[in-house]
Design a protein around this ligand. Structure first.
Ligand SMILES: Cc1cc2nc3c(=O)[nH]c(=O)nc-3n(C[C@H](O)[C@H](O)[C@H](O)COP(=O)(O)OP(=O)(O)OC[C@H]3O[C@@H](n4cnc5c(N)ncnc54)[C@H](O)[C@@H]3O)c2cc1C
Length: 464
């Protein structure tokens, strides 16, 4: 075994919070190493958020071009060149990787490309990508190994070689008929994008609605929007078996309340959830315990069961967003500096980047019911937001939850253009614990989307 090299800070996986922590430690003069097996900068800039939003932007242009005549612009027929779509995405990823490498250099953090596993507490053996191995020991060790797409246990699925989000963002052609297994965030964004590129798309969702964690009215509205674009969505559909090969011909046998049917497609995308990358990396040897789902057990300060070992991001069971992983870093940084920040009660917004997007922060109606929080609910169809008249009649709504016995805003959901930006305004009011009439009566600029907030909040029922 190679002699061990000592670091003040050792990070396994260069995820979103992990790299931020590494750079912070490097700038603070600590000897820091990051071990990364494949993606310089982690999943977000390489295979997840940024590449998907990049290709979604291309799909949006295709959609706008197809509907340009409605706005008075004649552009003739529309053709999709997926090689160019992909190259535009690859160029962005290359720029991101180069930017990351520059920061590693500036901060003096050593980026070690290879696969790491524990051989003793706070000690990693790394199989280097370019051959050989190194043994690294850290005074403080941070795990930020992320998750990967789950392959459910369906007969024939593995043999069908389905694509995940990684390969779906590498297509050099428009799949004639894309079957999307899973009606969650990843599945819906990619389903709409490929529909707009010209694929026939079928979504198969096992649960009773798309977007299982959203309120029923939100899920129904999103389904209506996708179906109106020609996407077929089967909910409450259990996949019994898969035959054939993705990329050629693939057939799924599914059971729905209407009976059993076969769906024949050309390509199969699996997006049914995520599996943590925690198996087979010696976490037992490191004294790091996992929960029943394979996620690393952490307390509210993201400390694991092993002394001086923390976990960050999705592998720690944090909400599956880049900003959650980055917030995990901020919690750890503050606490190492003597603070007492925790993951408890953090307000975690999120966006689904369909068109129109869905944005949410705080409680949903279902959360409020489950947690027995009394709320008043107000809704506003997007058709009543004046800006919608200018940009074209579109679906969607805003929904706000206000405390039953106080005027605090407890939750906000919007399906509509610029939903994420409008949500940020509501989130700010929530963080400031602003009574909702202050926002309702504020002067909001005309003809913004946020102007709709005044109309929405005017619909809040009076206290009982
Ligand atoms: C298609 C898609 C789109 C998404 N879009 C958004 C979005 O728009 N907004 C948003 O907030 N979130 C989005 N997400 C989620 C987001 O990408 C993640 O939540 C985010 O990247 C945080 O990940 P992380 O920090 O936990 O780890 P990651 O960024 O996944 O990093 C983990 C790293 O660890 C490395 N690794 C794992 N095991 C080892 C090992 N043994 N040795 C060495 N290296 C190892 C991996 O190679 C990887 O680079 C999306 C996810 C998907 C799948």
């Amino acid at each position: 075994m190679a002699a061990s090299e000592r670091f003040d800070t050792l990070i396994l996986g260069s995820g979103q919070g992990g790299k931020a922590l590494a750079w912070h430690m490097g700038r603070s003069g600590r000897r820091t190493a990051v071990v990364e097996r494949r993606w310089i900068g982690g999943s977000c800039p390489n295979i997840n958020c940024m590449p998907s939003k990049n290709e979604l932007a291309s799909a949006h242009v295709a959609h706008t071009a197809r509907h340009a005549a409605q706005f008075g612009t004649e552009i003739g027929s529309v053709a999709i060149d997926m090689v160019t779509v992909r190259q535009r995405k690859r160029d962005m990823v290359d720029r991101q990787v180069a930017a990351h490498l520059r920061i590693y250099k500036e901060t003096g953090v050593e980026l070690i490309l290879g696969s790491g596993h524990f051989i003793a507490p706070r000690t990693l053996e790394v199989q280097l990508n370019n051959g050989g191995a190194r043994v690294l020991a850290g005074d403080q060790v941070f795990l930020n190994v992320g998750t990967r797409a789950t392959l459910p246990d369906v007969p024939g699925l593995r043999a069908a070689e389905p694509v995940t989000n990684i390969e779906a963002l590498e297509f050099d052609h428009v799949p004639p008929h894309l079957i999307v297994l899973g009606g969650g965030y990843v599945g819906l964004e990619l389903a709409q994008a490929y529909r707009r590129f010209g694929s026939r798309v079928t979504i198969i969702q096992q649960g009773p609605q798309l977007l299982g964690r959203e309120d029923g009215d939100v899920a129904e509205e999103m389904q209506r929007i996708l179906v109106a674009e020609g996407i077929e969505a089967l909910v409450g559909a259990q996949t019994l078996r898969v035959e054939g090969r993705s990329g050629k011909d693939v057939t799924l046998t599914v059971r729905t309340s209407a009976g059993t049917r076969e769906i024949e497609g050309t390509d199969l995308l699996v997006a049914v959830g995520r599996t943590p990358n925690t198996a087979g990396i010696g976490l037992d040897d490191a004294g790091v315990r996992l929960d029943a789902g394979g996620y690393i057990r952490v307390n509210e300060r993201l400390e694991t069961s092993a002394p001086n070992v923390w976990a960050i991001g999705e592998c720690a069971g944090s909400p599956q967003f880049t900003h959650a992983s980055v917030d995990d870093f901020q919690i750890i940084r503050e606490n190492l500096g003597g603070g007492s920040r925790s993951t408890r009660d953090r307000l975690m917004p999120y966006c689904l980047f369909t068109d129109p997007p869905l944005a949410h922060v705080g409680l949903s109606e279902e959360d409020a019911r489950r947690q027995d929080v009394g709320v008043r609910v107000a809704k506003l169809p997007m058709s009543e937001v004046l800006r919608m008249q200018a940009i074209g009649e579109r679906p969607g709504f805003m929904k706000v939850l206000v405390g039953q016995s106080d005027d605090r805003i407890r939750g906000f959901t919007m399906i509509g253009p610029e939903a994420g930006e409008v949500m940020a305004a509501v989130q700010t009011a929530m963080l400031a614990e602003l009574p909702y009439p202050k926002l309702r009566d504020a002067v909001l600029a005309h003809l913004t989307m946020a102007e709709g907030l005044a109309f929405l909040l005017a619909n809040v029922p009076p206290r009982e």
